[in-house]
Structure formats: C-alpha cells, structure tokens
Design a binder for this molecule. Structure first.
Ligand SMILES: N[C@@H](CCC(=O)N[C@@H](CS)C(=O)NCC(=O)O)C(=O)O
Length: 210
C-alpha cells in the first residue's frame, strides 16, 4: 500500500473532504494534513498550483480534487469499473465542481449588499439550475445513488455540497433552497449521512473537537 498524505484546509468540508471520506470508508490509512486557514498565506507557495487539495503518494504530488477523487475511488471501490457508469460518476462530480466554482468568487465580495445581490442572483439562477440537474441525474440513475446503484465518490461530493447549502454557512443563500428545488437531494443527503462509516466518522470528529 503506498504512503498517502492529503493536504487540505482544517475543516470538514470543501474539495478535500470527499477524498478524506473515501479513504475512511475504504479503511485506507493516510496522513490527514490539515492547514489552519490562518496559516494558508505562508503555506500556499509550497503547493504546485497555490491550491489545495494536494495528495502525496509515496512523495509524488497529485493535484486537482476530482482527479484525486477518482484515484481514491479506484483504491476503495468507490469508482465504477464500467466505462458508462464511470462517465455518470465523472459527470456528477464535474457538475458539482462547476457550481462550486460559481459560488466561490462571492466569498471575496467585501460589500455585504453586493454579496447579497450576487448570492440571490446565483440562488435564483445557476444554483437552482444545477440542483435541478443533479436531481434529474439522480432519478435517471435509479433514485438512490448517482452511479451503479451503489455508493461512489460522486455521492460523497454531492452530499457534501448539499450539506453545505443546508447548513446556513453561506449567507444570503436560503437554507431551504434544496428542499424547495430538489427535495430528492435532501433524501440523498440523509441516505449518505446514514452510511455507518460516515456517521461513525462524523461522530468521532465531533468528539475530537469537544
Ligand atoms: N481545480 C482545483 C481547484 C482547487 C481550489 O481552488 N482549491 C481552493 C480550496 S477548495 C484553494 O486552494 N483556495 C485557496 C487559494 O486559492 O488561495 C481542484 O479541483 O483541486
């Protein structure tokens, strides 16, 4: 088994979290190198693209979250062997990546009114569009999982984005937007959260932070 080290921010979400979850579900040991946001400016130049996540495999660096998702998915049985099912998995992950890339610029809007207008426009437009598309994909794939009728890294990535939207952490994006626009994604979130290894992992994380 290669030696794995994942570098990402020190919170339980974002682009690094599905990678952590896949490795936890697959019982694959890895070094979970978490960088406090306050230390990021000083650390940034040590990464190839000034971005995280970064995965080191026996010291060799791999960047790009979905590439790493596919890699750990293959290592853990959470990525399909079949070409079409793999395309479904990739499509779902790329869809989440697309919408996240549209939301991220609003983090840097300092004027609160400007941020509100930007996020309201996103909610009415792209966020609703992408939620609808993801719900359609879920239904087309059988209604429970995004590919192969079983858990994959695509489910982890969607679950984490929906959890983020529902959490209220994104000011000016209503916490009931998913329930209103794509209720089947809320059911999916509940299905994924209830997976025994995921539930146990977050229980342990909650215990660690007490
Ligand atoms: N395409 C890259 C995007 C990576 C990315 O934007 N990472 C964010 C965190 S989720 C980051 O490093 N932000 C800090 C910065 O840009 O300074 C990927 O999918 O890994």
């Amino acid at each position: 088994m290669p030696k794995l080290k994942l570098t990402y921010f020190d919170f339980d979400g974002g682009r690094g979290e599905s990678i952590r979850l896949a490795l936890v579900i697959g019982d694959i040991p890895f070094e979970d190198h978490r960088i406090p946001i306050s230390e990021w400016p000083a650390y940034k130049d040590r990464t190839p693209l000034r971005q995280v996540p970064v995965m080191e495999i026996d010291g060799e660096i791999i960047t790009q979250s979905n590439t790493i998702n596919r890699l750990v998915g293959k290592m853990t049985g959470l990525y399909p062997d079949d070409a079409l099912q793999a395309a479904y998995c990739d499509e779902t992950m790329a869809t989440v990546e697309d919408i996240v890339s549209k939301i991220v610029p609003t983090f840097f809007i300092e004027d609160e009114e400007e941020k509100r207008l930007a996020r309201e426009a996103l909610t009415a437009g792209p966020i609703s569009l992408y939620l609808g598309r993801l719900e359609t994909l879920l239904v087309q794939r059988g209604g429970n999982y995004f590919t192969g009728n079983r858990l994959s890294v695509a489910d982890l990535k969607v679950f984490l984005w929906i959890r983020n939207l529902n959490s209220g952490i994104l000011d000016h994006i209503p916490t009931d937007i998913v329930e209103r626009v794509a209720p089947k994604l809320v059911e999916h979130l509940e299905r994924i959260s209830a997976q025994p290894k995921i539930a146990a992992y977050y229980q342990q994380r909650a215990g660690d932070s007490e």
